[in-house]
Design a protein around this ligand. Structure first.
Ligand code: CMC
Length: 426
């Protein structure tokens, strides 16, 4: 059914078309309003669709997340991160030979130019790995600036393969640099997640000793983070990319947007918060702080802009979290006791129930990553690694159809025109 929305501006009635979505809410097309002399106002994009997309669908009230139509629970159970990356990029699941070809292409792009690796030496040892990763991603532009034609689909796909292949290597180098250790070269014999763990925790020249349970949990973390439609970092990639900048630079801007604690930095913030709480006896005090409107403190790992029921990724992640804790034998970790007590109190508290604040994926991924032995400051780097297929798919989707440079307008509330007064007369 074709819908229309009618609005009246200064007595003039204007009809706005409504664009039909295949799933979810339809969208009022306000593009014609500028001709009528008004803008719409929607800070934080609470009611605004910024683009058309065919990649990922979220129904926050029903707790549904689908990549290219496939429910996240099915993908987490039956697929793996590389297959999901192929799905996101190409729109369909690969057959056997397509999968092998994709995997082999990713493996062929895993190494990082030795000269380029030297850029990490410019960072002090304790530098936050997200600063190294965002710099390194933008730095890749220097290697491919003159030979990437973003108008060519094959160049865009090559860029996507390179980024998905190189991000684990860059992440592992950032980790090793932080510890003052020698980098370990990628091992093409290993799966995507095993190779990342080997480059972080293995020994150069020695066979991988990565546990299959941990490799599976890590792959699941990557897969669950692979895309999340128009979140802050993905929208940043689209916005930067809309100026036709180098794709590595656009992706780097996504990584910097991800870094904040309200987005990808939340998994790191969860662990910091659990450490600060320190003991189960102090959980009540922190819940009280989170509810106090005069205190800026929020419970990290709780709440979501879109999920107002439960985060389906959190349900799957909780399962992997328990598998890892059981294998690592760290179920008695005091921090995990704090996490469990916090989850229980928050789920029963009227404040959290009323506002539909549930534990999100970062709550469980943070705890899992800690159990795996990943240092806290690397958590957002892991999110970056997982989100790479989503970012590059959205960039490619935007460039594959006509697009305009993103240029929001504003509600100006500053001074009206006034005359300059010389400094001595002020
Ligand atoms: N602890 C305490 N109160 C909260 C929390 C929280 N974690 N989150 C939201 N609220 C309150 C908020 O104060 C507001 O209360 P009131 O209606 O009385 O003013 C109400 O709940 C609605 O919150 P909001 O800030 O309007 O919600 P939002 O959609 O703008 O923000 C959020 C979503 C994720 C930024 C926010 O919930 C938050 O800061 N959570 C903690 C950080 C976190 O875990 N972020 C990871 C998100 S998942 C990873 C990802 O996909 O990027």
């Amino acid at each position: 059914m074709t819908q229309k929305v009618t609005i009246t501006i200064d007595g003039k009635t204007i009809e706005l078309p409504v664009l039909e979505a295949t799933e979810g809410l339809n969208v009022v097309d306000v593009r014609g309003l500028i001709k009528e002399g008004v803008f719409t106002f929607d800070p934080g994009f609470l009611s605004t669709a910024s683009c058309e997309s065919r990649v990922t669908y979220i129904d926050g009230d029903a707790g549904i997340l689908m990549y290219r139509g496939y429910p996240i629970e099915q993908l987490a159970k039956h697929s793996n991160h590389l297959e999901v990356a192929y799905l996101l990029l190409n729109g369909e699941l690969p057959n056997n030979s397509q999968y092998l070809e994709f995997e082999s292409s990713i493996k062929s792009h895993q190494t990082i130019d030795p000269h380029f690796q030297q850029m990490f030496q410019g960072f002090k040892q304790g530098a936050h790995p997200m600063s190294m990763i965002s710099a390194a991603l933008a730095g890749l532009a220097s290697l491919y600036h003159d030979n990437t034609d973003i108008t060519k689909p094959e160049d865009r796909m090559l860029t996507a393969h390179r980024l998905i292949a190189k991000i684990p290597t860059l992440a592992a180098i950032a980790y090793k640099h932080g510890r003052g250790e020698k980098y370990i070269e990628p091992n093409p014999e290993l799966s995507y997640a095993e190779n990342f763990l080997h480059m972080c925790f293995g020994t150069a020249g020695e066979a991988s000793t990565v546990s299959p349970t941990i490799a599976k949990a890590m792959d699941r973390i990557f897969l669950l983070h692979a895309d999340h439609e128009q979140n802050a970092s993905t929208s940043t990639v689209r916005m930067a990319g809309s100026s036709d900048c180098n794709p590595y630079a656009a992706i780097s801007s996504g990584a910097t947007a991800l870094w904040g604690p309200a987005h990808g930095g939340a998994n790191e913030a969860v662990l910091k918060m659990l450490n600060e709480i320190g003991d189960v006896s102090r959980v009540g005090e922190f819940v009280k702080k989170a509810k106090d409107k005069s205190d800026p403190f929020k419970l990290m790992g709780f709440g979501h802009r879109v999920y107002k029921n439960f985060d389906p990724r959190a349900t799957v992640m909780q399962e992997s979290c328990h598998d890892v804790l059981a294998e690592q034998g760290v179920e008695d970790d005091p921090l995990l006791e704090v996490a469990q007590a916090l989850e229980k109190i928050a789920r029963e508290d009227e404040y959290f129930i009323e506002r539909k604040l549930y534990p999100n994926i970062d709550f469980y991924s943070g705890i899992t990553l800690k159990a795996v032995g990943i240092p806290t400051e690397l958590f957002t780097v892991i999110f970056t690694l997982g989100r790479m297929p989503g970012w590059i798919t959205h960039w490619n989707e935007m460039l594959s159809a006509p697009y305009k440079i993103a240029r929001p307008r504003q509600l100006y509330l500053g001074e009206s025109k006034r005359d300059y007064v010389s400094i001595g007369s002020r």
